[in-house]
Design a protein around this ligand. Structure first.
Ligand code: MF3
Ligand code: CO
Length: 249
């Protein structure tokens, strides 16, 4: 678990997050019907490298790309491919990771390709709000369970499927570190947060049931019932007064 307090390390981490945010914004702005997920991946890789970063997903446990592209019923970890083109009405999760001089950030959004269905749009909006509430639970002395409770407390009454087979996580000096940050929980339980902890908070939310399966490619995580899912992720650092979002311009 990385606890980063040295100002020069925090500065590098912030730069890593800026690179991730800028690259993801560029990729998001390129989303349109007809573009392939391989093209989005190339764009992500170019943006990261031109900013002086390294795509941290590329080669991580054998992952073959710089970006994860997860369309509709794909929850996370979709592999970009030249044959996969976006269609109007799709929703796509775009997940990017940056290593800048040894400091790691992780950032994801789900967006609609053109206009999508009201249900899909509501899913995206509510997942965005769930992330916002999860972030708002972060402060020194709060717990991992407080984050999960905030996310779950918003989504449960709306009858979403909250994916629990995957979680958010610590990071900082590698792609994934302890602790796991589940998207469900009870207030006051689990590890206490402390100043300098770096966390990726990432609700994964389905319109149907929460159960997920892994595709034959070994990476793509799909909803078992085939219904759409959304994913939103920020990297944050715990500060004396709460938290700062690392993955922003
Ligand atoms: N953001 C993803 C996660 O937290 C990281 C993708 S893992 C990789 O699980 F293998 F694709 F790099
Ligand atoms: Co992550």
């Amino acid at each position: 678990m990385a606890v980063i307090t040295a100002p020069e390390k925090v500065a590098l981490l912030r730069r890593s997050g800026q690179i991730a945010a800028a690259a993801l914004a560029k990729v998001t702005s390129a989303v349109r019907p007809g573009i392939s997920t391989a093209e989005l991946n190339s764009l992500a890789e170019t943006e990261i490298r031109e900013a002086g970063g390294r795509p941290s997903f590329l080669g991580y446990e054998g992952y073959p790309a710089s970006l994860c592209t997860s369309i509709n019923n794909e929850v996370v970890h979709g592999i970009p491919s030249a044959g996969r083109r976006l269609k109007a009405g799709d929703i796509i999760g775009l997940d990017i990771g940056v290593d800048y001089q040894g400091l790691f950030s992780d950032h994801a959004v789900t967006v609609a390709v053109g206009k999508t269905s009201p249900d899909n749009q509501r899913l995206i909006d509510d997942t965005t709000e769930a992330l916002r509430l999860g972030l708002a639970a972060v402060a020194p002395g709060a717990t991992v369970g407080d984050i999960g409770a905030a996310v779950e407390g918003y989504l449960r009454p709306k009858h979403y499927g909250i994916v629990t087979q995957l979680t958010g996580h610590g990071l900082g000096y590698t792609v994934h570190e302890a602790p796991a940050i589940p998207n469900v929980g009870r207030p006051g339980t689990g590890q206490k947060l402390q100043v300098g902890m770096v966390l990726a908070i990432e609700p994964m939310v389905a319109l149907g049931q929460p159960d997920v399966v892994t595709a034959a490619d070994g990476w793509t995580v799909l909803t078992a019932d085939g219904r759409p899912a959304a994913h939103m992720e920020h990297t944050i650092i715990v500060t004396p007064t709460g938290y700062d979002i690392i993955t922003q311009p």
